[in-house]
Design a protein around this ligand. Structure first.
Ligand code: GUN
Ligand code: ZN
Length: 429
C-alpha cells in the first residue's frame, strides 16, 4: 500500500483525561498523519512532515478534525433491523422483539446481508471497530467476520450462547454445542487478519450452570480471548437471576462461580452493582461497558461513571444496538454526558471522546493497536466536520477553544459530521 500524508487538525491522547484532565489531549491545529502499510508511521506538525516526506501524496482535510476511529465496545449486530422498537423494558423487549429477530439468523444469507449493512452503517458513523454479539447460529459469526474482513475492520465478535428454557426453544443451543461451536469458531477466526473471537454467554438468565461452566472452561483454555456478557442492567433482571441461582451471592457470582470473571471479561451495563461486585470487578481488573442510549431507551438506569472510574475500573462506551437507539458514537457520547449530568457529574468533552476511542480500546485490551493516533498503531481514523449542520455551525461561529468548538458536535452531531472514515489507512467511506 502506498504511503499517504493526511493534513488537518489532529487530536490524540497522551493518557486518560480521567487521570490527567484535558491536558491528556494533544491537539495540533495544523497537524499531519503519515500512514504507511496500514499503520501510522509518524504524527506531527504539517509543515515538518511535509518537508520530511516531499514525495508522499497528500490528502488535505482542511480545517476538519482527524480523531481516532470510534470503537463501539458492546453491540448486537443482529438487532440492526429492530433498532427503535417501541414500549418495552428488558425482559419483554427480549421476548417480544429480540428473540424473533435473532431467529432469522438461522438463514446464512440473511446474516450476511445484515452484517454488511451493519458495518456500512458503522463506517458512515465514523466507527472503525466494534465488539458485537452474534446469535446462537455459527453462521451469524461467519457472516460478521467475513463482512469485516472485506472492509478491513478490526472486529471482535462471538456466538451468543443460550441453553436454558428461559430462552425460546427455537433459539437454544446446549452446554456441549455452545462449547464445541465456540471452540471451532475461535480456532477458525481468532487472530485471522483483524478478527478477534469473544466467548459470549448472553447472560446468566438464559444459560444453565452447565453452560456457564463449559464456557468458563473454554475461556481457561484460551485466556488471551475476551469474554463478554451482561451484568445488572435492570432491577427486574437481578430479581430473576436471584431466583434462578439461589446459591449465588449476587449477580456477578453467577459468572465468578463458573470461571467467567477475569481481566479479559467485558461486563455490559453494570448499573445496579452491589459493593462486593464492584470490589471484585476492580480486584480482577475486569472492564465495564457503558451503554447510555440503551439504558435510557429500555429504562434501565443511570451508570455510575464517576464512582466506577474513580475506583479505577476500566470503562468502555457502546451503542448496544439495538437496545440502544443510535448507531452513532457521537450520539452515544451525548447520552453519556446526559446520564452523568443526572448524577451530578459533568463529563468533559475530552473524557467523552476518550471513552469512545481509547477508553473502549482499553476495555477491549486493544489499546496497543487501535483507539489513538500514534506511531505504530493501526491507521483507523475518522475525519470530523465541526460545523456539519446549520445549527452546529451557528453555535461554533464565535467559539474559540477546541472544546467549545468540539462539544456542539458531540452533543448535536450525527453521521453528517463524519466527513470520511479510514480503516487501516484506506478510505472506507
Ligand atoms: N441482556 C441480555 N441480552 C440483551 C440484549 O440483547 N440487549 C440488552 N440491552 N440487554 C440484554
Ligand atoms: Zn447487550
Amino acid at each position: 500500500m502506498t504511503d499517504m500524508l493526511h493534513l488537518g487538525q489532529t487530536l490524540s491522547f497522551a493518557g486518560s483525561p480521567f487521570d490527567l484532565g484535558p491536558e491528556a489531549v494533544r491537539h495540533d491545529r495544523h497537524g499531519a498523519l503519515l500512514v504507511s502499510g496500514g499503520r501510522i508511521a509518524a504524527m506531527g506538525a504539517a509543515d515538518t512532515l511535509r518537508a520530511a516526506h516531499p514525495q508522499v501524496p497528500v490528502v488535505d482535510h482542511g480545517t476538519a478534525l482527524i480523531v481516532p476511529g470510534f470503537v463501539d465496545a458492546h453491540t448486537h449486530y443482529p438487532q440492526t433491523g429492530m433498532i427503535a422498537s417501541w414500549g418495552k423494558r428488558l425482559i419483554d423487549w427480549l421476548n417480544d422483539y429480540t428473540f424473533p429477530t435473532e431467529a432469522r439468523f438461522a438463514d446464512p444469507a440473511h446474516a450476511a446481508e445484515v452484517a454488511g449493512r451493519y458495518l456500512d452503517l458503522l463506517l458512515a458513523h465514523g466507527t472503525t471497530s466494534v465488539c458485537s454479539y452474534c446469535t446462537i447460529h455459527p453462521a451469524s459469526v461467519e457472516a460478521l467476520f467475513q463482512a469485516a474482513e472485506a472492509r478491513g475492520m478490526r472486529v471482535f465478535a462471538g456466538k451468543t450462547c443460550m441453553d436454558r428454557d428461559t430462552a425460546p426453544a427455537f433459539l437454544r443451543d446446549s452446554a456441549q454445542s455452545a462449547y464445541d461451536d465456540s471452540a471451532a469458531l475461535l480456532a477458525r477466526w481468532h487472530g485471522k487478519g483483524r478478527a478477534e473471537y469473544v466467548i459470549t454467554p448472553r447472560f446468566s438468565p438464559t444459560s444453565t450452570p452447565a453452560q456457564l461452566e463449559a464456557l468458563g472452561a473454554l475461556w481457561a483454555e484460551h485466556p488471551g480471548c475476551l469474554m463478554q456478557t451482561h451484568l445488572s442492567e435492570q432491577t427486574d433482571e437481578i430479581v430473576w437471576v436471584r431466583g434462578l441461582y439461589p446459591q449465588a451471592r449476587d449477580y456477578l457470582d453467577t459468572y465468578e462461580a463458573h470461571g467467567l470473571l477475569g481481566p479479559r471479561g467485558l461486563y455490559g451495563h453494570a448499573i445496579h452493582l452491589e459493593p462486593r461486585e464492584r470490589d471484585r470487578l476492580r480486584e480482577v481488573g475486569a472492564a465495564l461497558v457503558h451503554c447510555p442510549t440503551s439504558n435510557t431507551f429500555i429504562g434501565s438506569g443511570l451508570f455510575d461513571m464517576d464512582g466506577l472510574t474513580r475506583a479505577g475500573l476500566r470503562v468502555g462506551l457502546a451503542t448496544d444496538t439495538g437496545g440502544g437507539s443510535s448507531f452513532s458514537m457521537l450520539r452515544t457520547m451525548a447520552a453519556a454526558y446526559e446520564v452523568a449530568q443526572l448524577r451530578h457529574r459533568a463529563l468533559h468533552p475530552a473524557e467523552l471522546l476518550w471513552l469512545a476511542t481509547q477508553g473502549s480500546a482499553r476495555a477491549l485490551g486493544a489499546e496497543d493497536r487501535i483507539g489513538n493516533l500514534a506511531p505504530g498503531l493501526e491507521a483507523d481514523f475518522t475525519v470530523l466536520d465541526l460545523a456539519s449542520t446549520p445549527a452546529i455551525a451557528q453555535r461554533v461561529a464565535e467559539a474559540e477553544s477546541l472544546w467549545e468548538v468540539l462539544f456542539p458536535t458531540i452533543m448535536m452531531g450525527d453521521d453528517r459530521a463524519i466527513r470520511s472514515t479510514w480503516v487501516a489507512g484506506r478510505q472506507a467511506r
